[in-house]
Design a protein around this ligand. Structure first.
Ligand SMILES: Nc1nc2c(ncn2[C@@H]2O[C@H](COP(=O)(O)OP(=O)(O)OP(=O)(O)O)[C@@H](O)[C@H]2O)c(=O)[nH]1
Ligand SMILES: [Mg+2]
Length: 375
């Protein structure tokens, strides 16, 4: 089955991408489509142009080519016809599968995880984030080093090749392992100095803003503090946790941290490799779970965030559920949310709606009950 359509507006230097979803019979159709839509957003965030999407439901997957040789040949035909540079699969592929599919189709193949790691690499700004992304990339690529990817790359480089770079990928496994060990050591050092910093500010109440990517975490921190964090409609704009002072007159101070966004089917362990974010979340006295109220699949995103919190052991923390972007929804939607989640807050970070109520509740939580031991 084919969905999506040809894009005539593709710029010449953007890679032309064919998205491929191999769906098992248990997955609901709408879930597969949502996942594919998200893969399309991820692709454009990475700088590619989605020319076509291809979805196939299968009872059984072929261990060698995932979709079977017949389907792979069909993809080869479509790729030639549409002048495709890159195939992005919505599932994780093994090294052998990548190699086999590349051989049949004749264009470079990457999977969802490599795409996400590529975006992470593009958006990492601080030394620490860069280091963590490189570490995650090398650990993911180490068992997959046999792919022929770069030979097919028409543009030289391109999506999925950013980060450690071609040269580093050509070195043998031993050197990559050495690099991983060095990165781990460097990461430990940074972690240690951050820990010292955190201890120093131990008595101030700490809040971590968490949520699905693009929910408005950075916008909320900006709106509540004097921070000037980067915000954008792209996925994973933020890869560095960042702590700012939230001041409530006349004398109340709290620390509020922005964090890396969550995503469904996030490569296992990727969040864990973001020690800084993890530490901010685990050491926070309160989590603000921010939700994009205007997102069609808002409920699934809430569930995804809850699952990730459980996975990292932060699900027992006190939590405030904050519905953001209320300027983009109808009152009925807000009311429905309010009924379903009675303890929640409704704000617009960019239109300055509901922020005073949120701040007042934070102040009350930390200072009226003496929970933090400070006043
Ligand atoms: N209309 C509207 N747009 C908002 C609001 N809050 C944030 N946005 C927009 O939503 C997009 C994402 O906001 P960010 O603050 O970058 O979201 P984030 O959760 O930090 O995203 P990542 O760091 O990429 O995970 C930006 O284009 C914001 O301008 C809001 O209250 N209303
Ligand atoms: Mg952000």
């Amino acid at each position: 089955m084919k969905i999506g359509r040809d894009s005539k507006t593709a710029e010449q230097n953007r890679e032309r991408v064919l998205l491929v979803a191999a769906v098992d019979a248990k997955t609901r159709r709408w879930q597969a489509i949502q996942s594919l839509d998200e893969l399309a957003s991820l692709t454009s965030t990475a700088g590619g142009t989605v020319v076509e999407s291809f979805m196939q439901v299968r009872r059984r997957f072929d261990p060698a080519t995932l979709l079977g040789i017949g389907k792979a040949q069909e993809l080869a035909g479509i790729s030639r016809q549409l002048d495709i540079d890159l195939l992005i699969f919505d599932t994780e592929l093994s090294a052998a599968q990548i190699r086999n599919i590349e051989e049949i189709v004749g264009v470079r193949v990457i999977d969802r995880t490599t795409l996400i790691l590529d975006i992470f690499s593009k958006h990492a700004r601080t030394k620490e984030a860069k280091l963590q992304v490189e570490l995650a990339q090398l650990e993911y690529r180490l068992p997959r080093l046999v792919g022929k990817g770069l030979e097919f790359s028409r543009l030289g480089g391109g999506i999925g090749t950013r980060g450690p770079g071609e040269k580093k990928l050509e070195v043998d496994r031993r050197r990559i392992k050495e690099r991983i060990a060095t990165l781990k050591r460097m990461s430990k050092k940074i972690e240690h100095s951050k820990e010292v910093q955190r201890k120093r500010r131990a008595e101030i109440p700490k809040i971590a803003v968490i949520g699905y990517t693009n929910a408005g975490k950075s916008s909320l921190v900006n709106a509540l503090t004097r921070a000037r964090l980067v915000t954008s409609d792209q996925l994973f704009s933020t890869l560095d946790s960042n702590t700012n002072v939230l001041f409530v007159p006349p004398k109340y101070r709290m620390l509020i941290s922005d964090t890396v966004g969550f995503l469904r089917n996030l490569p296992h362990g990727l969040i864990a490799s973001f020690h800084a974010t993890l530490a901010e979340v685990l050491e926070a006295d309160m989590l603000i779970h921010i939700v994009d109220t205007a997102a069609e699949d808002m409920e699934e995103k809430i569930v995804t965030v809850n699952n990730v919190l459980e996975e990292i052991g932060a699900d027992k923390k006190p939590r405030m559920l904050v519905f953001n972007k209320v300027d983009r929804v109808f009152d009925e939607d807000k009311e429905r949310c309010g009924r379903k989640y009675p303890e929640s807050f409704f704000v617009s970070a960019t239109k300055n709606v509901g922020l005073d109520i949120l701040k007042e509740n934070l102040r009350r939580y930390f200072y009226d009950t003496q929970k933090s031991g400070t006043s």
